[in-house]
Design a protein around this ligand. Sequence first.
Ligand code: NDP
Length: 430
Amino acid sequence: MLHYLIASTKLNRRKKYQDSRFDKVVLSMKKLMIIGAGGVGQVVTHKCAQLPEVFSEIVLASRTESKCIAIAKQVKETQNRNISTAQVDADNVPELVALLNVEKPFMVINVALPYQDLTIMDACLEAGVHYLDTANYEPIDTAKFEYHWQWAYQEKFEKAGLMALLGSGFDPGATNMFTAYVAKHYFDEIHYLDIIDVNGGDHGYPFATNFNPEINIREVTAECRHWEAGEFVETPAMSTKQEFTCPEGVGSFNIYRMYHEELESLTKHYPTLKRAQFWMSFGESYLKHLEVLQNVGMTGIEPIEFNGQQIVPIQLLKALLPDPSTLGPRTHGKTCIGCVVRGIKDGKEKTVYIYNIKDHQDCYGEVKSQAISYTTGVPAMIGAKMMVEGKWMQDGVWNIEQMDPDPFMEGMNKYGLPFKIIEEPGFDLI
Ligand code: NDP
């Protein structure tokens, strides 16, 4: 019996030793792979490169490797840090798995397009790599982005002992964390949520989008859905608007109600919400161009036959429009994105506005990018940092608001997106 006890104690000690060695291995494995070398990929790479103590090695992989090489060159020039690059087709799972098996990163930050979410998640499962993204999956032939495709991976990630963090950009991302943070610290129960995304910047073009034009146009032309009394209510796109005055002199803007993906996860994870709406500012010129482009069929996602070739109108339009990653030097003004939350604390009704203001030119000065890519890339870096440091490491598939908001919000203050809170802001919102 004693013999058995000693043997089992030895065994436990050995196991503990192995576990602690394993922990060390996990903690020192901080190699990161970023997939997607567009506007957001550029910011994520710069911001992650600024933290060598967290991200010891970085591989930037994308469909067009020359874009990765150009970003790596910028990082070398501004930070004297080496970034490796690779070519990969993220629609192709075996190709992704092969790359992951060679590079062996701790995790992937997916900032390619929403169409690649599932193939990258499949590849991460096969190669044993953690996953993070900033936009939920959308099939290329159906303009309907929803979480159910990715939520269906919950068991697979759990069984594989891997984590997938969904929606770690600004909206979704910081807006989910803003909601979680005020729900935790300012309310007993939250009832009304208005997410307000104002871009007060001007790039000087009559029509251009601040992130991938195809994704942006699919999003803003979609039917509006907002949450009211336990269900999503549909209304025509851009049919409800109001004026919103941002704090700190950013200005007054027309904001339009539209569907945005965080409404789906936030209403699920905060079932006390009676109403949740998302609002975005649009200028007159943007809306006028969009209406004409829609009327002539240029925003269509169905292929058409042209000169014996199949083309998708929205993809042709994307090719004609300015590349969002080139808008940095010419965009002036500020973004102001935040959440107005109404609920109860100690039996009394209260309202809290939590927001960030970011200057486009400040972003350009730091990472050669405008504020839309910046405000997306910084929360992606912070989410990855939380995972690498083990603060949020949890097997399964999680929306960001399911994590503790406190360390993330500290990161927002520290890494370029400080937030402010106004209690009882006195807004007169519909
Ligand atoms: P871009 O179009 O500028 O960049 C996308 C990048 O992904 C490009 O480098 C592109 O390669 C690459 N890519 C596309 N398809 C593939 C593929 N099959 N294999 C490998 N690489 C591929 O987009 P953005 O940087 O503006 O946006 C990136 C992501 O961020 C999108 O998913 C977008 O929805 C999301 N986003 C999230 C926001 C948030 O707040 N949560 C806000 C803004 C964006 P190539 O150069 O060859 O075309």
